[in-house]
Design a protein around this ligand. Sequence first.
Ligand code: 5RP
Length: 235
Amino acid sequence: MCEKNAWREEAKKKAASSAVKEVKKNFVVGLGSGSTVAYVIRDLGRRNSKEDLQISGIPTSHQALLLAVENRVPLTTLNENPKPDLMIDGADQIDKRINLIKGMGGALTREKIVAYASNKVIIVADETKLVEKLGVNHPLPIELLPIALPLVTLRIREMGGIPVLREAKQKVGPVVTDNNNFIVDAHFGAIDTPRELNLTLKEIPGVIETGLFIEIADTAYIGKPNTVQEINRKR
Ligand code: 5RP
């Protein structure tokens, strides 16, 4: 790892460990996706075996599922546990009210479902994710049915955005999500009214979900070079 980014990995690890401290015996935990949550899942596995916590996890992606198996975190589903005690997830942008842009890992739809269902949602990230306003220098990921691609891209352009179909890195053609859909990364610039934008996008037929998570997260643990900052949503 390059020296320049070493502090970020440490910061992610510390944020992850702060979140995992909130897990109690018999908890059902929603497992988000991404490189910061990978630290969460490893920590959960360690605590589960050391302290006999008897937790179970609900994965939101193939990545989370494989990591949970590797780290011996027992799995469950929303069918068996429709109200998880806690969801721990990462984010791509986080504003002061803990509204989020998520989805650069392509798992936004399952993440939003499990987060919505959970009693408490904790976000873990390093401080580079904190922003004044969502959307500045960052696209908004949108998951859509492949057949709706022409309609969705046209509508985003009419709304003043720039849609970019997400391309796979080690396969030709578009990224196909765990739900067999496409992702469009829409560049809108600063998002002044995220709740309204989310609703407008969701009215387009074929849009499955957007990466705007508005008033879903309760707490964020933000890893910094020497500390972890806790932010709680005001209600
Ligand atoms: C996946 C996500 C991730 O939580 C988000 O991309 C953050 O990932 P990382 O912790 O690797 O920066 O939304 O859909």
